[in-house]
Write a protein that binds this ligand. Structure first.
Ligand SMILES: Nc1nc2c(c(=O)[nH]1)N[C@H]1C(S)=C(S)[C@@H](COP(=O)(O)O)O[C@H]1N2
Ligand SMILES: [Mo]
Length: 424
């Protein structure tokens, strides 16, 4: 660790105080005052591959950041209709909460229990209602569905000039099965005022600074979106309790929008009479309202909240770099999805986009699940080929073959996925 960082952490240690550190760790640290010389509790240090192991995650996930932990799934491991839990990507903005007791966990709708919440001043629920997970399970109809979530920054690494942030390649996306109750049913049972226009979530993950008064992320969606039938308050992934890294014991799953609206470790939902303004609503997950020149400095007034995610696809077989014998037919497979909920057609090309072949496209298991596509490819000679995939939605909107509109934070890159193969 270099000297400057050491000083930084010492500074943090002095400023934030014992209580904040205890809050970040999730328990009291009896000998904390003896810890000096720039040391910080190991529990607050950067998580590593070791954490993936501890949390039952597949060690082939690629760690993009370790404080907080961010890991993506290589495309060839997403070669199934239902994403296995150990392969579901991880995007944390804060620390992973500790000492969770699912039996006493509560979800509060409305109310002002969150310290320093900007939501306190203008909430729009009729009342404050608190549910345990057992109450959610018994009071509302339970649903199980396959819902895809994709980080808004997925594909960021390809933007030029580069955008700061996690350098996602293609793997900030997954489509497991979720079980929970409809967000809509819960909101409607609690009731909201006529001026309600937005919801926001809060989760239990502490801020990386250890400052207990700060929240790492609190985003939301327009009330209209929250009242659609698809969004869930979920406690299960693939028939088992949520993995801790993916929000155990309770999270939102709101498909079609950037995954950042699907709040993990969910303990509170606020109904707002204005656009929710929690952390990462105002400065992040916004794109230029009108297209801008690459590298331009876009004023905040021309940055709009990202809502619907674009149409996209991923080649999941073969893995990029695979070799096949000349004369052998190659079955290419993949997944396609869109923020409007379905995909009409997927095409593949082996000649750098000169000609396209229509693939077999399966129907989605349910709205907002990704759809499997496949095609049998024959290659005219030995050599280097690329397989490109391009999905089209029912309105005729296609994935672009080049990187779409440059934007300062590198969101929504839905360019065609390209894999390299050799015919030998
Ligand atoms: N409480 C909380 N919810 C959160 C986040 C977070 O850091 N804290 N990250 C968000 C972001 S940016 C994404 S992309 C998704 C990632 O979900 P996953 O880690 O389960 O894949 O969770 C969202 N919900
Ligand atoms: Mo994200």
């Amino acid at each position: 660790m270099d000297h400057e960082k050491l000083l930084d952490r010492r500074g943090f240690f002095k400023k934030s105080g014992l209580l904040a550190i205890a809050a970040a760790i999730g328990s009291e640290v009896p000998f904390l005052k003896n810890l000096s010389g720039g040391l910080i509790p190991v529990a607050m240090a950067a998580p590593t591959m070791e954490d993936l192991k501890i949390h039952g995650k597949n060690l082939q996930l690629v760690v993009l950041g370790d404080k907080p932990i961010v890991a993506e799934t290589p495309p060839h491991l997403l070669d199934s209709e239902v994403t296995p839990s150990d392969l579901m990507f991880i995007r944390n903005n804060g620390l992973v909460p500790t000492n969770i007791d699912a039996s006493t966990w509560t979800l509060t709708i409305g109310g002002d229990a969150v310290p320093n919440s900007p939501a306190r001043a203008s909430e729009s629920t009729k009342k404050t209602v608190t549910f345990t997970i057992a109450e959610l399970k018994s009071k509302f109809k339970n649903y199980t569905s396959n819902l895809l979530i994709e980080c808004g920054g997925n594909g960021r690494s390809e933007f030029n000039p580069p955008a700061k942030g996690n350098q996602w390649t293609m793997g900030g996306v997954g489509c497991p099965t979720w079980t929970g109750v409809r967000l809509k049913d819960v909101l409607e049972s609690v009731g909201y005022e006529k001026d309600a226009v937005y919801i926001g979530y809060y989760g239990a993950d502490p801020h990386v600074s250890g400052d207990a008064s700060k929240v790492p992320i609190s985003r939301g969606v327009p009330l209209q979106k929250a009242l659609e039938a698809d969004g869930l308050i979920a406690w299960e992934m693939n028939g088992a309790p949520l993995p801790l890294m993916n929000g155990y014991p309770l999270r939102l799953v709101i498909p079609g929008y950037p995954a950042s609206v699907s709040g993990k470790w969910l303990n509170r939902i606020v109904v707002r009479n204005k656009v929710h303004d929690g952390p990462k609503m105002v400065d992040d997950y916004r794109n230029p309202c009108t297209p801008v020149e690459p590298a331009s400095d876009v004023p905040g007034s021309n940055m709009c909240v990202i809502e619907q995610m674009p149409i996209k696809s991923l080649v999941t077989f073969p893995a990029s770099g695979a070799k096949f014998n000349f004369g052998q037919k190659v079955e290419v497979r993949g997944n396609a999805w869109s923020g409007i909920g379905d995909v009409k057609e997927v095409f593949v090309s082996i000649d750098f986009g000169a000609t396209w072949m229509k693939t077999m496209l399966k129907k989605p298991k349910n709205k907002f699940a990704w759809q499997r596509f496949s095609a049998n490819l024959e290659f005219p000679s030995k050599g280097y080929y690329e397989v490109w995939a391009r999905a089209v939605d029912k309105k005729g909107v296609s994935q672009p073959m080049v990187i779409p509109g440059w934007n300062p934070k590198g969101y929504l890159n839905n360019a065609t996925h390209r894999i390299a193969i050799k015919i030998v």
